[in-house]
Design a protein around this ligand. Structure first.
Ligand SMILES: [Zn+2]
Length: 558
């Protein structure tokens, strides 16, 4: 051809191009293209099954249903929608030696476009289904299969048996039918609440399931689709056996327990790729240990009979805790219903470690250990801790499955199961926005006091905050707020003075809290041998070496 073109002077240019030609990924042999007849699912033709609520064709139904499904993360919706808009008809047949056969017969001599080309006969289909049920798909390949399935119904000689294999994506796209519809423990309507898989499955399982279900049922097989990223090593490298950086779940479970692995998942933003490795797991184990301590403290505090106390009869500190519980209740429920496990975990973890352990428990340790059993403050604290325990136990049950079961056993003495319990309802009366605002101020001032005491502790002036009785300088509005509370108890000091005077130049302040200043002073008096507060009245009571409160408590205990 080139020679001829050159001969007649018609050749403009010549060059050599090296083609890359497809090779088998397994055998590396070159692959030859061959045109063969295939079976397609036409996705732009009316299905004609009367299930047209969401559209007449598979594509129309799929596109409508994509907007009825909830996608987590939301980007999944656009990915699948774009693919579904553009995709060609679905090639259902494969020329393979192994797989599920396309169980079809075609009429000899008929054109594929003819109405009677494909044999559609309910009796024949029933025979095939019964044979597969008993013998498996191999029944299709048995000698005499054609006669067995067609004989007595239609003339076997007038038909050809199809030996193509069904696309494996059709198999996996059909899971909703045999997992949810055909099983007793499936769902009533055959629809899944959630399909969950990696982000690569918008092209795969999510896609084929939607097509298959829109073709057979006229709607999507799922209400929610949750996709996750892939797990990388600690440095963000893909895991591979040759790099030796793979982390097997089983190893983590053996070393740390399954709850640590579950906690790692809950701490992770699973919508992106996640990292895991020894250092990360150490951090997770540390979070776990802190939560366990919170539960141990609560279980100890509510051991024995707990007298319920109405919120209106509780100190403000307890009412503030109830308000926080009511806020968290919303966060937890919203988080779980939107698959935001990270949001649930971080809210509950911060509450447990910052607001409970480092604040509420710290303050109420004194009431729990030293108040008389009948003291309303101690009773309110224990009643509140019971309510906290009930909620934390239920909130974390989906994440820390085994640990929360242990907590439940400890709480109830082994009756029932936390995993069969609903999250406890939160009474509307617990919400108190005005109180929350007031306590934001209280905690702001307390932070400055704690900071001032920390300096003295670091310089070994004091060992414990109870040795201090500082003066806090605030404006008149804040002073009014503090006067309504036992602010020394809240600061875990033996005394505290609130002043609206100008603060001395050397008073302690924090950069972000410039309207509060604290002057340090040692508490005066002797140390109560029971509660360790340093008070002027220690030693003046019937019981030796104790303060007035402890003296009364000792008399009550007897
Ligand atoms: Zn005392």
């Amino acid at each position: 051809m080139i020679d001829k073109l050159a001969e007649v002077g018609g050749l403009l240019a010549r060059g050599k191009i090296k083609h890359s030609y497809p090779h088998s990924w397994r055998s590396k042999a070159p692959v030859i293209y061959r045109n063969t007849p295939q079976w397609f699912a036409a996705i732009d033709q009316a299905v004609g099954d009367g299930q047209d609520t969401h559209g007449k064709t598979i594509r129309e139904r799929a596109l409508t249903e994509i907007d009825n499904v909830k996608w987590t993360p939301k980007s999944g919706r656009n990915r699948l929608h774009a693919m579904m808009e553009q995709r060609p008809d679905w090639v259902l047949s494969r020329q393979r030696a192994w797989g599920v056969p396309l169980t079809c017969f075609t009429k000899k001599g008929a054109l594929p476009t003819a109405d009677d080309f494909l044999l559609r006969n309910a009796e024949v289909n029933a025979r095939i289904a019964a044979a597969f049920e008993d013998e498996g798909a191999d029944a299709w390949y048995e000698e005499g299969a054609k006669e067995r399935f067609l004989g007595g119904i239609v003339d076997p000689d007038a038909y050809d048996q199809v030996f193509d294999i069904l696309d494996v994506w059709f198999d996996s796209g059909s899971t909703h039918a045999f997992v949810l519809r055909d099983r007793e423990d499936g769902t009533e309507d055959g629809i899944a609440d959630v399909y969950m898989e990696g982000t690569d499955q918008h092209r795969g399982w999510f896609h084929s399931s939607l097509l298959q279900s829109c073709g057979t049922n006229g709607r999507a097989p799922y209400r929610n689709v949750v996709t996750h990223g892939f797990t990388l090593d600690e440095k963000g490298m893909k895991m591979s056996k040759s790099l030796g950086n793979t982390i097997v779940p089983e190893t983590v479970v053996k070393q740390y327990g399954a709850d640590i692995l579950r906690l790692w998942v809950a701490q992770t933003d699973y919508t992106a790729d996640q990292r895991i490795g020894p250092e990360i797991l150490k951090g997770v184990a540390d979070s776990y240990r802190r939560l366990r301590n919170t539960f141990r403290y609560l279980l100890g505090a509510v051991d024995g009979d707990v007298t319920p106390v109405e919120p209106a009869d509780m100190p403000e500190l307890e009412r503030w805790v109830l308000h926080r519980l009511s806020e968290l209740d919303g966060v937890v429920r919203d988080g779980y219903s939107s698959f935001d496990f990270q949001g649930v975990f971080s809210a509950v973890f911060n509450f447990a470690t910052v607001e409970l352990s480092a604040f509420y428990f710290d303050i109420r340790k004194d009431a729990l250990y030293c108040d008389a059993p009948s003291d309303p403050r101690r009773q309110a604290a224990r009643a509140t801790m019971q309510l906290i325990l009930e909620r934390l136990n239920a909130w974390l049950a989906p994440i820390l499955v085994f640990t929360m079961d242990e907590v439940w056993q400890e709480r109830t003495g082994g009756e029932g199961c936390i995993h069969l319990e609903d999250i406890p309802a939160t009474p509307a009366a617990w919400q108190d926005a005005a109180l929350a605002e007031k306590w934001a101020t209280v905690r702001r001032v307390r932070r400055v006091v704690t900071g001032a005491l920390e300096v003295q502790r670091r310089e070994k002036v004091i060992g414990a905050s109870l040795e201090a009785a500082p003066t806090v300088f605030v404006n008149a509005d804040v002073a009014e707020v503090l006067k309504t509370l036992d602010f020394d108890d809240l600061c875990i000091t033996s005394g505290i003075a609130v002043s609206t005077d100008a603060a001395p130049a050397d008073a302690f302040t924090l950069d972000d809290t410039s309207d509060v200043a604290v002057s340090f002073a040692m508490a005066e008096g002797d140390k109560c041998q029971r509660c360790w507060k340093i008070l002027p009245d220690v030693g003046t009571h019937a019981h030796t070496g104790v303060c007035g409160r402890c003296d009364a408590a000792l008399s009550e205990i007897g």
